[in-house]
Design a binder for this molecule. Structure first.
Ligand SMILES: Nc1ncnc2c1ncn2[C@@H]1O[C@H](COP(=O)(O)OP(=O)(O)O)[C@@H](O)[C@H]1O
Ligand SMILES: [Mg+2]
Length: 423
């Protein structure tokens, strides 16, 4: 039903001159903060979204997520690269011809149409519905249009007077299926002004999905909803996507959404894809410092340490021996600096010892199910984040000894930020 989406060396620049050639060939590194107006907003994007896959695109504000979706939808022109939907190269196709539906953060419903008619709108206008319910009879032109006209003319009449064309029956089935999936069946007769924000957004989703596009693009569709509705609608979208099997690219800056919705997540920063992987792989094996810091909350802690082969890590405040499995990966770092990454949940309160960190508690956030501490370590300019059990009595200003779970540490090259892996 769906199609794969292949993004091949995508570049997008908003300057009128297009991409500077040097930028394309040499891949000049330009920091996003010092970017000149003509430099690309998207840089060499290569991603394959499988047929029927739910891909989440996540990254900080301004990293190019919306631009990438708009390029895929055909609302923005590419500067370089190729976009394939299934086996069709769609680079030069207008948005309508791409068979892609898009839902935005702000939903646009027709205010004078009921929920039912809003969802049915795209279906009625479609020249030839691709929905599986469509029968071959629908294809006979004039007859079909006459039937549509009759149906439209009699739509407002009591049910038994209504004319129902084969197409209208198909539309009706489709609208009801989608409404049921999104739990808005009881709202079908209402006008948009009689709906809450969450209901409106679900209708907008329903309208886009009812069309049964090959690809579904969503740009932060839940960010206008309150937390409870967001969680509810989140699971409905996932369920709906599973049932319809439509290849989906879902943009968010919210990592909880990313972790819970996606088959895979593409992490983006500064116009580049940093890593594409299933949620837990991103958490367990982040490819670089950016991903390590972006995925996980509170974020991972980083400490610069000296490494001594085979396994000794030293910091002015502690000395730690890494598990045997690290020996090979760290061989070439003997006598050099390393960036050590430790997640807040992998620090725990321990006893005074050379391998432990003596810290001072700067902030205590008791969340009920857990307590997050902000602590300072002598000689380190940035504070560390620690997650501890909620029943642990910890006081502001208190001195603690923290122990690092040695089998949970991450190592990064200090200069490049690239992760080093055990295997
Ligand atoms: N039409 C445009 N003209 C010029 N720059 C744009 C345009 N649209 C977006 N940008 C720039 O492209 C970058 C990425 O924007 P966007 O794709 O909206 O990011 P995100 O959706 O990840 O927040 C930003 O620096 C933004 O200012
Ligand atoms: Mg955006």
């Amino acid at each position: 039903m769906g199609s794969s989406v292949v993004l091949e060396n995508i570049y997008k620049s908003f300057s009128s001159q297009g991409v500077v050639t040097a930028e394309l060939t040499e891949e000049a590194e330009v920091d996003s903060t010092t970017r000149s107006p003509g430099s690309p907003v998207l840089r060499r994007i290569n991603v394959t979204v499988q047929d029927g896959e739910f891909m989440v695109l996540v990254g900080p504000s301004g990293c190019g997520k919306s631009t990438l979706l708009r390029v895929i939808a055909g609302l923005e022109e590419l500067t370089a690269g190729n976009i394939w939907v299934g086996d069709r190269l769609v680079n030069d196709l207008p948005p309508k011809a791409r068979d892609i539906a898009m839902v935005f953060q702000s939903y646009a419903l027709y205010p004078h149409l009921t929920v039912y008619d809003n969802i049915a709108f795209g279906l009625r206008r479609a020249p030839e519905p691709r929905s599986p319910e469509a029968t071959p009879a629908l294809k006979s032109g004039i007859q079909e249009r006459a039937a549509d006209l009759l149906a439209a003319l009699t739509r407002k009449l009591p049910k038994r007077w209504r004319y129902s064309s084969a197409r209208e029956t198909a539309v009706d089935e489709r609208v009801r299926t989608v409404a049921q999936l999104l739990q808005i069946e009881t709202l079908l007769h209402r006008l948009p002004k009689q709906l809450s924000g969450g209901q409106k957004q679900r209708v907008a989703l329903g309208r886009a999905m009812a069309r049964n596009p090959q690809v579904f693009l969503m740009d932060e569709p839940l960010s206008n909803l309150d937390a409870k509705l967001r969680a509810e609608t989140r699971s409905q979208i996932v369920k709906l996507q599973r049932q319809l099997g439509i290849t989906t690219i879902y943009v968010t800056h919210d990592q909880v959404e990313a972790m819970t919705m996606g088959d895979r997540i593409a992490v983006m920063n500064g116009g580049r894809i940093q890593q594409v992987a299933p949620p837990l792989e991103l958490y367990n094996r982040p490819a670089n410092r950016f991903v390590a810091e972006f995925i996980g909350s509170p974020p991972m802690n980083f400490l610069t340490v000296e490494f001594k082969a085979p396994l000794l890590v030293t910091h002015p405040q502690f000395r730690l021996t890494l598990p045997e499995s690290w020996a090979k990966a760290l061989q070439s770092y003997d006598g050099r600096s390393l960036l050590l990454g430790i997640r807040p949940e992998h620090l725990s309160i321990g006893a005074p010892a050379p391998k432990n960190l003596r810290v001072q508690v700067e902030r205590v956030e008791a969340l009920g199910n857990e307590t997050d501490l902000t602590v300072s370590l002598e000689g380190e300019s940035s504070a560390l984040q620690v997650r501890v059990a909620p029943d642990l009595p910890v006081k502001l200003g208190e001195e603690l000894w923290l122990s690092i779970a040695p089998d949970k540490v991450h190592c990064f090259d200090l200069e490049t930020g690239i992760a080093l892996f055990v295997d």
